[in-house]
Ligand binder design. Sequence first.
Ligand code: FES
Length: 374
Amino acid sequence: MENLLPRAKQAEFHRLKLTKKRQLTKNTFEMEFEIPEVLKPNFKFEAGQYVTVKYPSKGRVFQNDFSMTSAPFEHKISLGIKINDENSSTKDLYNDFEIGDEVEISEPKGRFTLVSKPHEFRTIIGFAGGIGITPLISHFKNILYNEPRTRLFLFYGNRKSEEIAFKNELDALAKKYGNRLQIFYFFSQETGSDNLFHGRLDERKLKLIINQILHLDDTDEESTIWDAVDEVLICGKGEMIKSLANACYSNGIPKRNIHFELFEEYNEDIYPQEKEFPLIEDIEVDFKLFGRNYATELPDNRSRLLHQLLVQKFPVPYSCKSGICGSCECILEEGKVELLENEYLTEKEEKKGHILACMSVVLSKKIKVNFDLI
Ligand code: FES
C-alpha cells in the first residue's frame, strides 16, 4: 500500500539490505529486507505493524508507510506494496532498487496489534480488501505459529481473481494448518457459480457470511462460529472498514474487539455519534503538534475534534478513529471536551487531562491541546 496517513512521530531510519524483490500481481510487488544482528533490537516488532520507507522518486524524497507481511518469528522485514498508477512513486521504488541495494527503513510502529494468548482457544476473523491483506498475513502467520488452539477465518475481497496478492502464500498456510485457517475469496467484478462470493465485503455481505459460513460450530453444538468470535481484524479502504466495523458491532462484537487499519486518508468517523450536545459555534483551538504551535477555528462542535482538524488538513496522527488505539492521544490544557468512548486511556491518564481527539466533542468556546506527549 502507499499509505498516506500522517506519521505519529518522527521515525528513526536505518539502511537495510534488499534481499528479495518480486512482482505479485500486475500492480503489486513484494520486497524483503534483512535485519543485521546489530539492528535486531531496533527492528523488534509485533504482528500488524508497519515501517516507513524513504526513497527518491521524480526529484523528491518520499516517505511512505507499508505494513509488514512478515511475522516477528521470521526476523525479517517483508512488505507488500501497491503501484496505484503509472505516476505512483512506488513504481520507482520497484524499478530503482535491486537485490543487494540498501534502502532507508524506519523502525517498526503502529497499533494494529493483538495481545498474544498462546493458551487460549480463540476464534479470530479477518477482512481484507486488496493490498490491505498485508498486516493480516503477519497476524495470521503469528497466530498460527504461537497459538496452537486458535482458529482463523479470512475473508479477502478483490475486484478480480488475478488481483489477489499473496494467493500462493495464503493457500500454502491454509494447507499447512488445515482446519485452523479457512480462507474465502470475494470478487466485486467477477462472477462464479456461487453468488455469495460475488460483490464487495460490506454490511450486507457480512450478514450472508454469518448465516452461510460462520453458522453451526462443530466444536460447540449450542453455538455458532460467529457467536464464538473473539477478535475481528479489518484492513482496507475507509468505506469498507466503516461498513464492516459497524456491521460487526451491530451483530454483537464489542468495539474493543474490532481492530482496523486504514489504508488511505479517511476523514469520516468510523462509528456514528449516538449522543447529542448543545451547539457551540466559532470555537478557538490552539494546539501543539510535532513541536509546532497551531491556532485555528472550528465552525461548531457538530463533529469530533480529530475529524475537524483532519478536514482542515492538519497532520494529526490517527489510526482507529474509535477510541481504541491511542494514536490521537493528547492533553487538554484548557477548555472542556466530552470523551464519547475510551478503550485506551487509563483512569489515571484521564484524570491528568489526557483525551483522545477522535472521540472528543468540544464543549467550550476555546480549547488548548498538546499532542506532543513527551
Ligand atoms: S485514532 Fe485511535 S484512539 Fe483516536
